[in-house]
Design a protein around this ligand. Structure first.
Ligand code: NAP
Length: 237
């Protein structure tokens, strides 16, 4: 998969990792649709801007009508706030599942026929090491990312026949405002050697996609995945 002659749609391109991916795609000479719930906040020179809320089916359908030449779909947008599963606010837990799981699924269902028409192409879902390891204070997000991992594996199987490459980017820790705010609120210790700038992670993601990798890991998520082979760790203390 070469990106310099690809047409790529990125969700959540107004900030954080999605913004860095959209900018890097323009740099690699792809045609880019940068999308966001509030398109006026998108600052990606060279990209076409589309309003898109992935949890609103009519918004998803409208984006699919506008971007019928897409051959790479990057599902980055997600709510990362969900709190804890047992004591957290249920609306917030639903919102996190709605965007990570159902929103991503709505995008894939709307764009799968477009990808097929355009030669197969690729889907890149942005997951998280939280799919494999959870932290107190955000267990609902981790559960939603686990569901999105399962979704990604299922969709890979279903779309293989139409020649669509389905890949997962599994970041550990990205120094976006959202993570930095969460860490300062909860006192979470951010190991500096595992923390990536969004721009660096964007390059890792797109290099992996171009190489045909189906799971794109960083240092931290690689270690977390390897630890899955061991017994589950019970919380201590
Ligand atoms: N930061 C990390 O450490 C980290 C680690 C692993 C994985 N990730 C994953 O990487 C991705 C980006 O994370 P980030 O840190 O860049 O997040 P972020 O800065 O909080 O940005 C989230 C983006 O998703 C958009 N979004 C949320 N719900 C949406 C919806 N219903 N429709 C359309 N857009 C929606 C937000 O739009 P608004 O501005 O309108 O809210 C924003 O553009 C997420 O999938 C996240 O789970 C992040």
């Amino acid at each position: 998969m070469k990106l310099n002659d690809a047409t790529v749609l990125v969700t959540g391109a107004n900030r954080g990792l999605g913004h860095a991916i959209a900018v890097e795609l323009v740099h690699r000479e792809a045609k880019v649709y940068a999308t966001a719930r509030r398109p006026e906040l998108i600052d990606v020179p060279g990209a076409e801007v589309i309003r898109l809320d992935i949890t609103d089916q009519s918004s998803v359908d409208a984006a699919a009508r506008l971007a019928g030449d897409v051959d790479v779909l990057i599902n980055n947008a997600a709510s990362t706030a969900g709190g804890n599963l047992v004591t957290g606010d249920l609306d917030s837990i639903r919102e996190v599942m709605d965007s990570n799981y159902y929103g991503t699924l709505a995008m894939i269902r709307a764009f799968a026929p477009i990808l097929a028409r355009n030669g197969g192409g690729a889907v890149l879902n942005v997951l998280s090491a939280a799919a494999w390891s959870t932290v107190d204070g955000n267990t609902a997000y981790a559960a939603a990312k686990s569901a999105e991992w399962g979704l990604t594996n299922g969709v890979r199987l279903e779309l293989a026949g139409q020649g669509t490459q389905v890949a997962a980017l599994v970041p550990g820790l990205i120094a976006t405002r959202t993570l930095l705010d969460f860490a300062s609120k909860t006192g979470m210790d951010l190991p500096q050697d595992a923390l990536y700038e969004p721009e660096e992670l964007a390059r890792i993601a797109l290099d992996g996609l171009e190489a045909g990798d189906i799971e794109i890991l960083d240092r931290f998520s690689g270690e977390v995945k390897a630890a899955l082979a061991g017994p589950p760790r019970a919380p201590t203390g």
